[in-house]
Write a protein that binds this ligand. Structure first.
Ligand SMILES: [Zn+2]
Ligand SMILES: [Zn+2]
Length: 256
């Protein structure tokens, strides 16, 4: 299995707009330039896109990938969703609507904000608008060669969906993991997980908590993601144990 981190940043990206700009980051290190969170998960001939960040167009051009079997949504926050219009190019390339997997509440929210994306597709319209077909997830499911176990994660006052894909797991936007979620994560080979900042945050995990989770789950490899501009890549990397590293845009992770 191969995972590409399209965007390793938090909701504002790095640098952020405004006077805090690069925060604690060295602007000369390209690993500190972070777009908003999306990833690609591929195994054999199945390829999935998880979330459609506002930076999706640039991310897919950089990764040189534009053919997907499905799109999965973790939740409906703007930093994970607002690139939805760029799906139009993926529809055009594939010549079909794409299935969009998410919980009932995530898909309801997407359909109320982007109703035009979910209208019945008429082939004669030549994809003048993006087209998604909603697929509500409630339990384990399979897309091609990838077995997917979704689980609920606490994310501030709301929830997000974590996913286990075969031996790889993805937990973005989470500040609390239930026993049930920890049980699904146990035994995962590689885990990409939220680590927003050094300081506690009401809706994201922070460094000491994410390190605790890694101890509990003990994956072979952990990659810290959704990084704010307060985390300089080298400074954070030097602090972390050998099997844990910060994510960066364009990072490729191979899972045996
Ligand atoms: Zn987010
Ligand atoms: Zn969020």
């Amino acid at each position: 299995m191969k995972v590409i981190i399209l965007g390793s940043g938090s909701s504002g990206g790095t640098p952020v707009i405004g006077s805090s700009g690069w925060g604690n980051c060295d602007s000369n290190n390209s690993k500190n330039f972070r777009t908003r969170p999306s990833i690609i998960v591929e195994h054999k001939n199945t390829r999935l896109l998880v979330d459609t960040s506002p930076d999706l167009r640039q991310q897919l051009l950089k990764a040189k990938v534009w053919e997907f079997d499905a799109i999965l949504y973790t939740h409906a926050h703007a930093d994970h969703v607002n690139g939805i219009d760029d799906i139009r190019a993926l529809n055009y390339y594939k010549g079909t609507s794409l299935p969009a997997y998410g919980t009932q509440s995530t898909l309801d929210e997407l359909q109320s904000r982007f109703a035009y994306v979910f209208k019945n597709y008429d082939k004669s319209s030549k994809y003048f608008r993006p087209s998604l077909t909603p697929k509500i997830i409630t339990q384990e499911f399979t897309i091609g060669s990838i077995n997917i176990t979704p689980f609920t994660q606490q994310h501030g006052k709301g929830v997000s969906t974590g996913f286990r894909f075969n031996e790889f797991s993805y937990s973005t936007d989470v500040n609390h993991l239930s026993k049930q979620a920890l049980n699904i994560l146990k035994g995962t080979d590689t885990w990409v997980v939220d680590c927003l900042s050094e300081e506690p945050h009401p809706s994201h995990s922070h460094l000491s908590q994410t390190l605790e989770w890694v101890k509990l789950i003990s994956p072979k490899r952990a990659v810290f993601n959704h990084l704010s501009h307060f985390f300089d890549y080298d400074t954070l990397n030097n602090k972390l144990p050998k099997n844990i590293e910060p994510a960066f845009d364009g990072m490729i992770i191979n899972i045996p």
